[in-house]
Design a protein around this ligand. Structure first.
Ligand SMILES: [Ca+2]
Length: 192
């Protein structure tokens, strides 16, 4: 296990028998554990008595890609997953075919908005996301720039426009089509 500790001043370990405790309260004290393959297995708040759900536990597939990012309290055998725990399913190229977040912390990903499924084309552009059985398509121009992204079942969407330098210079939302949501006019000296 690897530990990182920040404290306001010099910090040391207390004398026996409580050597696990710092001599002053640490501002931040993080501990990391690793798998035999070198992947971070756990990252947790190691301050004595810490009870906030700030801890993470990760699960990987055979290619060392994160498939589960659990958030919660405790560590090791005492870890309890909670709110904002996430799961990812990836295709062989690494695209997220599903992205799930337990937003209410009830232990499942079946509540409204908790699961987003993605479809991709041959050049790994996301072509559609599905949220609560609503399909939200994405379209691109021939240069691969995102042109439109549908945002809800009512046809709401963002429209992106690019200049000849492939700089995004306008984002529009059709209900307010004449009023750009945001727009920047990039000059010749604009660097990307
Ligand atoms: Ca849930």
């Amino acid at each position: 296990m690897i530990g990182l500790t920040w404290a306001d001043g010099n910090i040391a370990q207390s004398a026996s028998p409580n050597q696990a405790y710092p001599t002053i309260p640490p501002i931040v004290e993080l501990a990391y554990t690793y798998s035999l393959g070198g992947d971070i297995h756990e990252k947790f708040d190691a301050r004595p008595g810490a009870m906030q759900p700030l801890n993470h536990k990760y699960i990987y597939d055979g290619l060392h890609r994160v498939t589960d990012s659990k958030r919660g309290t405790g560590s090791g055998g005492g870890f309890t997953a909670g709110k904002d725990t996430q799961q990812f399913a990836l295709d062989f190229l690494g695209n997220w075919t599903s992205f799930r977040t337990d937003a209410d912390g009830d232990g499942n990903f079946t509540d409204a908005g908790e699961t987003i499924s993605g479809s991709f084309n041959m050049v790994n552009e996301v072509t559609q996301q599905t949220v609560d059985s609503v399909n939200l398509p994405f379209t691109y121009d021939a240069g691969g720039q995102l042109e439109e992204k549908q945002t809800n079942s009512s046809g709401g969407k963002f429209i992106y426009r690019h200049d000849v330098w492939i700089q995004n210079h306008a984002i529009k939302s059709p209900p307010l089509f004449l009023l750009s949501v945001s727009q920047c006019l990039c000059g010749l000296l604009t660097f990307r």
